[in-house]
Design a binder for this molecule. Structure first.
Ligand code: DGL
Length: 245
């Protein structure tokens, strides 16, 4: 049975876990929500890197053979360090600019992410590949992480908060909205309601789950054959985490 570690600043990484468990139902997942330090979005890269190290060590001590950094912000801040320092494979997250750029009909794509992700070198590099062909409009999903962490996914206030951040993307003509933070898929219904049917919302979680499956195969990690027993941990309170699994 494979042991798969997943980390995020909170419940956002569950959007990746949900896809991964569909493809790998017989493995053991160990999920760590660093919600005592959430949000990561505007914290320094050095701080996030330290947290990612500490969480990786905990996950490895519990047997993790592969770790999914199910957080775009932590991937931007820490994945090269983790790959250099630990001898296991790491799967990271990156805003799905490519499928959006290839699919857009208006020539405008919107990217919603945290400030940390938008200024990260990985994202800037990807953006550099496509920005001559399509217009890329970015916006921080202001307040989104806090809403998701409090389990407030459908209220009037949630609708207003989401609208404030996606309106500029829609006004710029975007017909693709890339969810560049793993918390945002929990707001997908509201985003789609505001954006309308002509806008496609892109969540990279299914592609990341597929990639995880491939990496497990490439590394020859043995798969299980009975239902895996998963574990969910949090550095703060785990009430919302337990509700959203
Ligand atoms: N879920 C995270 C991400 O994908 C982190 C959000 C945050 O803590 O600000 O970026």
């Amino acid at each position: 049975m494979a042991v798969i570690g997943i980390m995020d600043s909170g419940v956002g990484g569950l959007s990746v876990f949900r896809e991964a468990v569909k493809l790998l139902p017989h493995e053991r997942f160990i999920y760590y929500a660093d919600n005592a330090n959430c949000p990561y979005g505007d914290k320094s890269a050095a701080f996030i890197c330290e947290r990612a190290r500490a969480i990786t060590e905990l996950l490895i001590s519990k047997g993790a053979q592969v770790v999914v950094v199910a957080c775009n912000t932590a991937t931007a801040a820490a994945i090269s360090t983790l790959r250099a320092e630990y001898d296991i494979p790491f799967i990271g997250m990156e805003p799905a600019v490519k499928p959006a750029a290839l699919g857009t009909e208006t020539g405008v794509i919107g990217v919603l992410a945290t400030a940390g992700t938008l200024k990260g070198s990985r994202y800037l590099e990807t953006k550099g590949h496509y920005q001559d062909d399509v217009k890329i409009v970015e916006h921080v999903g202001r307040g989104f992480v806090e809403l998701v962490e409090s389990g407030d996914l459908h209220s009037e206030n949630t609708f207003r908060t989401v609208e404030e951040s996606i309106r500029p993307l829609l006004d710029a003509g975007a017909d693709r909205i890339v969810l560049g933070c793993t918390h945002y898929p929990f707001l997908r219904e509201v985003i789609e309601k505001i954006a309308g049917p002509q806008v496609q919302v892109i969540d990279p979680a299914p592609a990341v789950a597929k990639h995880l499956l491939e990496v497990i195969g490439e590394k020859g990690i043995e798969l299980g054959n009975s239902i895996g027993e998963n574990e969910f941990m949090a550095s703060g309170t785990d009430a919302v985490l337990k509700k959203m699994i």
